[in-house]
Design a protein around this ligand. Structure first.
Ligand code: DX5
Ligand code: ZN
Length: 220
């Protein structure tokens, strides 16, 4: 388990001033900038595409952690890589050949992430361990910010923490959805080392961001 890193999800930012928001979370101590890409098909919501990622790239040098909730996904990987993503995370449920998708991400020089929906077992990662730099445990069904943490995610985190440790590889274990101080502490104890937080980062407005991020990082 590596030191805890915080990845604010800009889904909860003010979309009318995204550049400012990204600068604000960077200054407030965010480690990653988590970008939720939704297509209205894989998930019941529509957000942003590669051109927005490209426009935001100039506003922060932090790790751009792009979470693709789109299907098909393969045709868009290169565009997000070119737009400035550092990590590209995909769902195995988004297409028939997730192994190929992860290879494609790596071939573009980017870190590859695999995201597991609440209904997808931890074992889905096993045949792909060589190809992933990050495993994302969804603790809500993807599509919207502000949902309630699903406690079953904790067991999945524990299983994956053991799997990653046994592999001897350096793989981020990320959790996404319903993270607040209380669930952050539970997720860290279960083995998570990257916390995605939308609502819990952006609540209270820009003056509160630094305190919000510090509180999550220090959650016990
Ligand atoms: C959900 C997204 C999350 C979401 C988290 O589909 O993947 O990143 O924005 O939002 P909160 O932290 O508000 O649950
Ligand atoms: Zn996300």
């Amino acid at each position: 388990q590596q030191p805890v890193r915080i990845a604010p999800s800009i889904l909860s930012a003010d979309f009318a001033k995204l550049g400012e928001e990204v600068r604000a979370i960077d200054a407030a101590g965010a480690d990653y900038v988590h970008v939720d890409v939704m297509d209205g098909h894989f998930v019941p919501n529509i957000t942003i595409g590669p051109s927005v990622v490209e426009a935001l790239r100039a506003h922060s040098t932090k790790v751009f952690d792009v979470h693709l909730m789109i299907s098909p996904v393969d045709p868009y990987i290169e565009a997000f890589a070119k737009a400035g993503a550092d990590i590209i995370t995909v769902h195995p449920e988004a297409g028939p050949h997730v192994h190929r998708t992860l290879q494609l991400i790596r071939s573009l020089g980017k870190k590859a992430g695999l995201s597991l929906n609440p209904g997808t077992p931890a074992a889905a990662v096993e045949p792909l361990l060589d190809l992933v730099d990050l495993v994302l445990v969804m603790s809500v069904n993807p599509g919207f910010g502000g949902q309630k943490f699903i406690p079953g995610a904790l067991d999945k985190l524990r299983t994956l923490r053991a799997l990653i440790d046994d592999s001897g590889r350096t793989i981020d274990l990320q959790v996404d959805g319903g993270i607040n101080r209380e669930t952050a502490a539970q997720a860290i104890a279960a083995g998570a080392d990257v916390l995605v937080a939308g609502t819990a980062t952006f609540q209270g407005g820009p003056e509160a961001y630094a305190g919000n991020i510090a509180a999550l990082r220090g959650a016990v």
